[in-house]
Design a protein around this ligand. Structure first.
Ligand code: C2E
Ligand code: CA
Ligand code: CA
Ligand code: CA
Length: 279
């Protein structure tokens, strides 16, 4: 109580007041953006070892009325903090599932999968499982083609609850990838217990893969670990052929990065995919 009494003094600190104001402005701006439907998804191709496009990761952007096109780093942290990640995350889920369903409906794109990022706070919401099931249900998207990307930060508390939710979705066919792998806190104990299908090696290990022996060692270890646990591995941030070859030599299953394509609008994605497909 003493400590909080001392902290209360901060409200009279002009710098702190500034921080509070910025937060309030951002929050109402986010709310306005949601109402005005200013968010959109870009799709970054994911490819297998033969260079075939197997699907895409949905990445959210904000077409801000004044500030232009904003990347997620500019607003996801505020959305998480304010709780606006619930409506935003729900919109992402609905939009990505209807895109997935539209792909499945056409023979040319029928085999494409969709990966969606889920914030820890969003996943922990009591309605999350129902939201996923209802999005699949009313868009008609195939659960087998949906992969949810979760981060290790999710595993800091209530792991049993998280495992139970994942298990429920898994029985319906939904798959999971552990995103940003190697940057968080997950213990190997939990890694074994989670119903995961994929590990996604973070781009921070890929960037200097060919020049930093530590990164090379870490990446090889992740690939060995994943194989021994029966998990598939996708590498993100792959920018060069040399990185791709190194990863392929050590058994990586799939790739994503500028070497193949930047994130694309859905129109651009269809053009990219139809060219690849017929190439
Ligand atoms: P992430 O899940 O690790 O996504 C990969 C990020 O790396 C994306 O940035 C992507 O554009 C970028 N990237 C892809 N290939 C390359 C490459 O070859 N080189 C480099 N340097 N970068 C590459 P983006 O789109 O800015 O997204 C940043 C983060 O925002 C994502 O990181 C993810 O954590 C979060 N995010 C994106 N969309 C959503 C969403 O719908 N919901 C939630 N909760 N988070 C999202
Ligand atoms: Ca991701
Ligand atoms: Ca990452
Ligand atoms: Ca991430």
């Amino acid at each position: 109580a003493k400590a909080s009494g001392r902290n209360a003094m901060c409200f009279f600190d002009p710098d702190m007041q500034e921080v509070v104001n910025v937060r309030v402005v951002l929050e109402s701006d986010l709310r306005r953006g949601l109402e005005k439907k200013e968010f959109l998804l870009h799709y970054q191709p994911q490819v297998d070892g033969n260079g075939r496009v197997t699907g895409a990761e949905a990445l959210v952007r904000w077409q801000h009325s004044r500030r232009g096109l904003l990347p997620p780093a500019e607003f996801i942290p505020h959305a998480e903090e304010s709780g606006l990640i619930y409506p935003l995350g729900h919109w992402v889920l609905e939009t990505a599932c209807s895109q997935l369903s539209a792909w499945s409906a056409r023979p040319e794109t029928a085999r494409l999968n969709m990966a969606i990022n889920v914030s820890p706070r969003q996943f922990r919401h009591p309605d999350f499982v129902d939201q996923v099931l209802s999005a699949l249900d009313h868009t008609g998207a195939d659960p087998q083609k949906l992969k949810l990307e979760l981060t290790e930060n999710l595993l800091v508390h209530n792991v049993e609850d998280i495992i139970a939710k994942m298990a429920t979705l898994k029985t319906r066919g939904v798959g999971f990838a552990l995103d940003d792998f190697g940057t968080g806190y997950s213990s190997l104990y939990y890694l074994k217990r989670l119903p995961l299908g994929w590990l996604k090696i973070d781009q921070s290990f890929i960037r200097e893969l060919l020049t930093d022996p530590h990164d090379a060692t870490i990446v090889r270890a992740i690939l060995v670990l994943a194989k021994s646990m029966g998990l598939s591995v996708i590498a993100e941030g792959v920018e060069t052929n040399a990185q791709k070859s190194f990863l392929a030599q050590h058994g990586c299953d799939a790739y994503q990065g500028y070497l193949f394509s930047r994130p694309l609008t859905f129109e651009q994605f269809e053009v990219f995919y139809s060219r690849k497909d017929t190439a």
